[in-house]
Design a protein around this ligand. Structure first.
Ligand code: PLP
Length: 340
């Protein structure tokens, strides 16, 4: 049920839209973050703006595929969350609308750079580092050494003990692929992934599935964003979170309006809310631990301190190109693991 304030805000929105001869309907949002945050955001925006949302969670690559497939008849209005390089790829394919959000001037420098790089088509909402996490109970039971580096994950001791996302569908796993290429150089990165492949039991569709499986003790090691692992650890899972010793990459999560959206004003209102301190606080409210992009938003208390992590200078311009994504994914499918 909506509050009176939300009802008034909604009425103002509808009257304004109506005066401009617009036909605004339910806003269709594809959500790339954790399901818990998708639901919290849906409720918060509906309460604030008085606009109904249909919010569906999908993995980053799946969202990009859907928006591409629907280019001539878009059903999605907003793409919220998911790794920024995929948003940049969509921008480079002219699948997104330009929009200057209300709060862009309050964004941290990395977020402003991202917005400029997208040609004003995608705004940064958070950042977070890639890493892995292992289940300490299982590690002790299996009497295995603790992995601390990317190279450790290729050791025979971990055969059958690691899960990763599939980079075709998962933005997390594409971030890993691009990170390894930047850390090691492309040839060495593919040699590394071939060695790692021997230890991987499954490439999951979603990027957070591996660390959730590690949290439940179904697998020893899950490769994931560190903030995903923090959320599970805070909920009591026996996870040890590792920032790999060689260094790692990071994501900038983003929000974009799909070109051809039939609910442009509502979509813009959603983007403004997503970038506001209030909208960004929905992450911590849902137990999430990404670093918010708005300088005025509060950092979740348990968020990993990304300034303390050895980080590659992630090249969003290169890995945000469609051709580069397709080329690397084809190489992954051909040389590492064919996608079923
Ligand atoms: N989970 C969290 C918490 C994220 O921040 C992100 C990316 O933005 C993802 C998952 C990405 O999900 P996937 O790897 O399934 O695309």
């Amino acid at each position: 049920m909506r509050t009176l304030t939300a009802f008034a805000a909604g009425m103002a929105f509808w009257l304004c839209g109506a005066s401009q001869g617009m036909t605004e309907a339910r806003l269709n949002v594809l959500c790339g973050v954790d399901e818990a945050w998708c639901m919290t955001m849906e409720k918060a925006f509906e309460a604030r703006a008085g606009i109904d949302i249909s919010m569906v969670r999908k993995s980053t690559g799946d969202i990009l595929d859907q928006i591409r497939a629907e280019k001539s008849h878009p059903t999605v209005d907003v793409w919220w969350g998911g790794t920024g390089d995929a948003h940049l790829q969509a921008a480079s394919e002219d699948l997104l609308d330009r929009y200057q959000p209300d709060h862009e001037h309050d964004m941290l420098p990395w977020a402003q750079n991202f917005f400029a790089m997208s040609g004003s088509r995608s705004a940064a909402i958070y950042a977070g580092a890639l890493g892995f996490a292992y289940n300490s109970d299982l590690l002790a039971a299996l009497k295995l050494p603790a992995p601390t580096c990317w190279q450790d994950l290729t050791k025979e001791a971990y055969r059958g003990h690691i899960q990763s996302g599939n980079p075709n569908s998962s933005g997390t796993a594409f971030t890993m692929l691009a990170t390894l290429v930047q850390l090691l150089g492309e040839e060495e990165a593919f040699r590394y992934m071939a060695a790692l492949n021997r230890n991987i039991v499954e490439y999951t569709r979603s990027g957070s599935a591996p660390v959730k499986a590690a949290a439940r003790g179904e697998i020893l090691i899950g490769i994931s964003f560190m903030h995903d692992a923090v959320t599970l650890k805070e909920a009591g899972a026996p996870l040890v979170i590792v920032a790999p010793c060689e260094g790692t990459g990071y994501e900038i999560g983003a929000v974009s309006i799909v070109k051809g959206s039939r609910n442009a004003r509502a979509a813009q209102a959603f983007v403004d809310f997503a970038l506001s301190p209030e909208g960004q606080a929905t992450g911590a409210a849902a137990g999430q631990n990404q670093v918010p992009s708005n300088a005025k938003a509060a950092l979740p208390p348990a968020a990993p301190d990304i300034t303390m992590i050895k980080m590659v200078d992630y090249d969003f311009a290169t890995f945000g190109l469609s051709d580069e994504r397709s080329r690397l994914l084809t190489r992954f499918d051909t040389e590492i693991s064919p996608t079923q």
